[in-house]
Ligand binder design. Structure first.
Ligand code: SF4
Length: 410
């Protein structure tokens, strides 16, 4: 009889995309999917640390699974994802010890990197696919644990991403979302490790282009059609606050994927300070690239942004919005906002409200600040905004943006 696995995923889309690769790695070993926890031989829990409540749910789940474990000594429980990533990066070993003590039922704490990108994800959605383009983050926003859970940013090879997209197109997928903690810095590490020279003439051809010689005899893309060479690309240098910050390849990548002819190409998440003019040009040029851009602002107050270690002012954020609107008049924006960050005064919160009114976001994902282990704010600032105040501020923004838009769309 074949062994069965069951995977429970907490958290963001990146985790869900990672779980699709875990599924593929199990299936490659001849295992099949279980219906639930009860009939599984292997249970994998892919964890999230964005808030304390997400961690608490993991501890609660493992506690509940202990009964199953007592009934079936052969059952294996594997924990992976952010909680494990953070614990394994803690050189003192203390965090791993805490995980082991709090979850003695767990057989293995597995770093997500172990799954790697060698397994093509097994997707259940047959029309829309998530494609991870990078993992980790170099930005160290002071409230965020991601650089510690996922480590520094590592970009997937350009060709691998294009090949995966070609495979999806050939299978009939209609929509693609490119995933990364900061898609705008995609390729910075690849660039540093390679020698570049720009060649513009042999980019991938559009399969819908009837004059294309390479696609003349076939409706399908072939991996061998990939003449695109990353080493020939000229890196785009993103200028911010008067100086060049990082080199990136993201506009090229987005353009090549848009050319494959999907009905919709989306991308998350984008840091405002790395949003290049070249990226705006590419979005404007291809109608199948999303017209709803997710641009996390987190706060509309300059002092709070400084404390958050976000490298822009409210004015610069608004200027970027205007610049994008000028090129793409039909564009809409969604955002992320944290309320009640350390020391946030009423006046500072009001600046966020004012910015939201100016932008007119379609939707906002609002989080009440909660300290995260290892993050700079946890170490050097006080979580001094009372819960009731955070809740009130959350409701003000929820009513201003999300509730109002729900009524308008009703
Ligand atoms: S919030 Fe900041 S540190 Fe966290 S993943 Fe996003 S850009 Fe990176």
């Amino acid at each position: 009889m074949k062994l069965r696995y069951f995977i429970k995923t907490f958290g963001c889309q990146q985790n869900k995309a990672d779980s699709e690769r875990i599924v593929a790695s199990f299936e490659a070993r001849g295992m099949i999917s279980a219906k639930g926890y009860n009939d599984a031989n292997y249970i994998v829990i892919n964890t999230c640390m964005v808030r304390q409540s997400a961690e608490d749910r993991v501890y609660g789940l493992v506690r509940n699974l202990s009964k199953l474990k007592n009934e079936n000594s052969k059952l294996k429980i594997i924990v992976t994802g952010c909680m494990v990533g953070l614990a394994l990066r803690d050189k003192t070993g203390k965090l791993l010890k805490i995980l082991k003590e709090r979850m003695p039922e767990v057989d293995e704490f597995m770093p997500i990197e172990e799954v790697g990108f060698d397994f093509a994800p097994l997707r259940t959605d047959k029309t829309h696919a998530w494609i991870p383009i990078s993992n980790g983050c170099n930005n160290f926003c002071s409230y965020c644990v991601v650089p510690f859970t996922r480590g520094r940013e590592i970009s997937r090879p350009f060709e691998d991403i294009i090949k995966e997209a070609i495979g999806l197109k050939n299978k009939g997928y209609k929509e693609i979302t490119l995933l990364g903690q900061n898609v705008n810095s995609y390729g910075a590490d690849l660039i540093k490790n390679s020698k570049f020279e720009y060649r513009n003439s042999k980019q991938i051809q559009n399969p819908n282009d009837q004059n294309s010689k390479r696609f003349k005899n076939s409706n399908l893309f072939q991996a061998s059609d990939l003449e695109f060479q990353i080493s020939k690309l000229k890196p785009i240098y993103v200028k911010h606050l008067g100086r060049y910050r990082i080199p990136t390849l993201f506009p090229y990548l987005l353009e090549e994927i848009a050319k494959l002819g999907f009905e919709k190409v989306d991308f998350i998440s984008s840091n405002p300070w790395d949003f290049s003019d070249e990226l705006i040009e590419v979005i404007a040029k291809y109608k199948n690239i999303t017209r709803t851009i997710h641009l996390p602002v987190q706060s509309g107050d300059d002092n709070v942004l400084k404390r958050m270690n976000r490298w822009y002012t409210a004015k610069e954020y608004l200027k970027l919005i205007e610049k994008i609107r000028k090129k793409i008049p039909e564009v809409k924006f969604t955002t992320d906002i944290i309320v009640g960050f350390c020391g946030e005064t009423d006046k500072e919160f009001q600046n966020t409200v004012n910015l939201c009114k100016k932008v007119g976001f379609e939707k906002t994902y609002i989080a009440m600040y909660s300290p995260r282990p290892m993050a700079a704010a946890t170490k050097v600032m006080k979580d001094d905004v009372p819960y009731e105040v955070k809740k009130k501020r959350w409701k003000i923004l929820e009513d201003l943006i999300n509730k109002k838009n729900k009524l308008l769309n009703y």
